[in-house]
Design a protein around this ligand. Sequence first.
Ligand SMILES: *Cc1c(COP(=O)(O)O)cnc(C)c1O
Ligand SMILES: [Zn+2]
Length: 420
Amino acid sequence: MMVKERFSHLICDTCERRFEAGEVEMTCPDCGPDQGTLTVHYPYEQVAEKLNRQVLAERREMSHWRYLEILPVSARPSQLHPRVGWTPLYELDGLARSLGVGKLWIKDDGQNPSASFKDRASSVGVARAMEAGRGVITAASTGNAASSVSLFAACARLRCVIFVPETAPEAKVAQLLMFGAEVLAVKGSYDQAFDLCAQAAEEQNWYCRNTAVNPFLGEGKKTAAMEICEQLAFEVPDAVVVSVGDGCIIGGIHKGFVDFKRLGLIDRIPRIYGVQAQGSSPLVTAFEHGWREAKPEEGTTTCADSINVGHPRDHIKALRAVRETSGAMVAVEDEAILESMRRLAREAGVFAEPAGATGFAGLAKLVAQGAIGKDERVVCMVTGNGLKDVTTAITAVDRQVIPMEASAEAVRRWIEAEKS
Ligand SMILES: *Cc1c(COP(=O)(O)O)cnc(C)c1O
Ligand SMILES: [Zn+2]
């Protein structure tokens, strides 16, 4: 089934070969899936005639579908009703002061329908699978991409086959099963699950929602950057900080600013900073060595399961995002991630999963290093909700529940004991 595409062409991130719409589905055949990720281009001049500040200001669609003219789908399928995007951007003056930056906003993407940033990409991925008339969608995931795609596959009545590492947190697996996905818990790492999924997709001709190799996922993810621009009345921040595993979110955020600049909606792009967990930081290593690509690492570990990625699949776009914007990739220890979870909860009222709080941990480090200045305006992304991984949240807290007899006298005794 051929659908008229909104985008004009795709460009290979490595050899820069140009592909017309319909010519390739996933990656550049010359460069392969690891190097040949593709970037989506639009007829920007035509889009700019339809999408300007005034049109956006009047638009009532309070979801990421408000950017339909610059998304690779012909229309929002009515079945995909859950509201994705237009997540809150909280201005937090107290936290900005205690951190030592001029202005701080937290964008809480834990408030998406499956409770993570991944919904921005899955909704677009499933919309494309529907337009292409495909009956089965598959994904490999540390957990969130899977729960997200299974939600939208359920709405679209597509069969959904998921590959997760067997260590995926229980809440994420519960979401998968509840949405009716077929869940294969791979006795191995996420990186192994990814390769198995890619092979099955190829052999069975299933639609593949795997991050990076599907160029349209980043198009969904870019909407976070567009929302930031609109929510700040087009006064672009100085820096945006986000956690990084495969690198698709950071690449997508970069693309969102680039697309808005091409449309003439903004005149500059913020510095973009990526934050990895120390125990799983191949992109930080690549950044520090000045490599164009990441070298896969084995045996990575971190409490932040969503970014426990030894072989980052969107490495080229991720490194490009931080280099082209004069940002950086930094690593933080797990202890700093757990502390950030407490701080975000207690000083911002935002309950983040470990990977969701990793950006904030990196921000604290960047401020301490002087990379982000005390007068600067900063946006920090929270990418996933804390209820996704309660086991780690319990290890992050520094308080315990107090066992109590069911008697008023016992409560009084405890209050008295607290006073002394
Ligand atoms: C997937 C995910 C990330 C990292 O995104 P990448 O595109 O893999 O870099 C960060 N935080 C959460 C909560 C995620 O689910
Ligand atoms: Zn190529």
